[in-house]
Ligand binder design. Structure first.
Ligand code: BEZ
Ligand code: FE
Length: 287
């Protein structure tokens, strides 16, 4: 006998208490967090169906869509994460779990294109291996909350190439490790490397998430950005990007990853077409 349904309930399904009937089937000795999560998921799903008056046909479309999202997913292609990204859920989960003290650099979405094991390069090295695109110098410092340099910080960086693709999206076309590298700060906390000025790119559109964006009249583009994952002993790992002022997609990023504090200046570095983008990262201490 469960206690969450009124005393005249016999456990049969009733539309007016549908979520309670379902949740009452949970055992008593299950993981309490799982119970809390599932109770809430069921309540929200049932409320959603009531609120919109979900038709049988719409339910079938949703099941077909989710089936296709699963069928599109593989170790190389995570369509469910793309769905989460485009629904703003990835950024919400990031915000809930990565609150930083005021003054520390903000986090943003990780994305699917990081590859573990990129080569560790000397400061100032070039990461663009395909010779395409406009050169851009990325420079700045890694600092603690007091403004002191952080030595021994690993900056793992990656960006798209001048055609708007990551190397892992074009194996055999782009050189391995194109536009990727790891740099380690010295006592001055400074970093510098030479890449390209990244360009805006559309997220993969050949699957159900792309179809969803089209059906919703949404732009599939991300503004140009450089990815950074920064690790240093005694500090919280920082997963973020820098964006570039003037980018036409800053306010319509299809995965909602832009934060004002992450928009870096970009300016000509010389008279010969090279750009410079300067950005200081401030790491929060481990809690
Ligand atoms: C990226 O920035 O690499 C990315 C993030 C979310 C979805 C797709 C790509
Ligand atoms: Fe990216």
């Amino acid at each position: 006998m469960n206690t969450s349904i009124s005393s005249d309930s016999n456990g049969y399904f009733t539309a007016d208490r549908s979520a309670d009937v379902v949740n009452a089937r949970m055992g008593k000795a299950i993981n309490p967090r799982l119970a809390a999560l599932m109770r809430s998921v069921v309540e929200h799903l049932h409320t959603f169906a009531w609120d919109v008056g979900l038709t049988q046909e719409e339910w079938e479309v949703a099941i077909k869509f989710l089936t296709e999202v699963g069928q599109m997913s593989s170790p190389e292609r995570q369509e469910f994460i793309l769905l989460s990204d485009t629904l703003g859920l990835s950024m919400l989960v990031d915000s809930i779990n990565n609150r930083r003290p005021i003054g520390a650099t903000e986090t943003t979405v990780f994305g699917p294109f990081h590859v573990e094991g990129a080569p560790i390069l000397d400061m100032g090295a070039n990461i663009c291996l395909d010779g395409k695109g406009e050169r851009c110098l990325f420079e700045g410092r890694v600092l603690d909350m007091d403004g002191s340099p952080v030595a021994g910080a690993y900056l793992d960086v990656w960006s798209d190439n001048a055609d708007g693709y990551y190397d892992v999206q074009q194996p055999g076309i782009q050189p391995k490790w194109n536009n990727r590298g790891v740099f380690v700060t010295g006592a001055d906390g400074k970093y510098s490397f030479c890449g390209i000025r990244p360009i805006p790119y559309p997220i993969p559109q050949d699957g159900p998430v792309g179809q969803m964006l089209t059906a919703l009249g949404r732009n599939p583009y991300r503004p140009a950005h450089m990815h950074f994952m920064i690790k240093a002993p005694g500090f919280q790992k920082l997963i973020t990007h820098t964006f570039f002022s003037g980018d036409p997609y800053l306010e319509s990023d299809t995965v909602f990853g832009v934060k004002k504090s992450l928009v870096a200046a970009i300016e000509p570095a010389d008279g010969q077409g090279t750009w410079r983008s300067t950005f200081d990262f401030v790491l929060a201490p481990l809690v």
